[in-house]
Design a protein around this ligand. Structure first.
Ligand code: SF4
Length: 213
């Protein structure tokens, strides 16, 4: 059971972020709980849609991937790829999908979304390709400004992701960013999403709960 003051502060902050998102030609939504976030996401995605994803934990934690897998949707499962060539084909298929579902490494209070990527399949699909993108963002990802968002992405999210996939990087060993240029670096590309030209493309669900890293 979360402290009611924590919930109230989270709600106020999240609602501020939702308003900021709406000024950036994106659709902002507030979800009090993971369950509400799942309902909002499923309301946005019509049955029969093809949906790709980029490995984010937040979409798993609200149960979205399971719901799509068990529902009347075409979930493009990159886990099915057995070779690098098959994985390349999956990335191409995702690029053409109706929807891309993702988390965020960090997000500012004024609605800017920050993601970093080694391979760039995730950030490229966020930037362009799939017809629509749904971001699921926990309250723990919200930072004061862009500088602190980038710092969060590099010093909190990236080391945990390096641990998660056991990627050989200095942050995996030390738990913090060492600004590496290692062959397996997961911080090759930085994407700052500050505006969408297509007003129907991006949907950002801010969840008043901790999600992902
Ligand atoms: S050490 Fe390298 S891979 Fe790890 S967070 Fe820093 S730049 Fe990214």
């Amino acid at each position: 059971m979360r402290d009611e003051n924590v919930v109230k502060c989270g709600r106020l902050k999240a609602q501020t972020v939702v308003k900021a998102v709406n000024t950036r030609n994106m659709h902002g939504y507030y979800a009090e709980t993971k369950e509400e976030a799942l309902k909002i996401a499923l309301n946005i995605i019509p049955r029969g849609s093809s949906v790709g994803y980029g490995g984010g934990v937040s979409v798993d934690q609200i149960g979205l991937k399971d719901a799509l897998l068990n529902g009347d949707y075409k979930l493009i499962r990159r886990e099915e790829a057995k070779t690098p060539e098959e994985m390349h084909d999956k990335y191409r298929e995702i690029f053409d999908a109706d929807f891309f579902i993702t988390g965020a490494n960090a997000m500012t209070e004024d609605g800017i979304i920050v993601n970093i990527d080694g391979n760039a399949n995730r950030v490229s699909a966020i930037a362009y390709g799939p017809k629509k993108v749904i971001f699921v963002v926990g309250i723990n990802k919200i930072t004061k400004d862009l500088d602190s968002a980038v710092k969060r992405a590099r010093n909190v999210a990236a080391p945990i992701n390096a641990q998660r996939f056991n990627i050989k990087t200095p942050c995996n060993e030390l738990g913090t960013c060492m600004n590496c240029k290692s062959p397996n670096c997961i911080c090759s590309q930085f994407l700052i999403t500050r505006f969408q030209n297509d007003p129907e493309r991006a949907h950002v669900i801010i969840v008043n709960d901790e999600l992902g890293f």
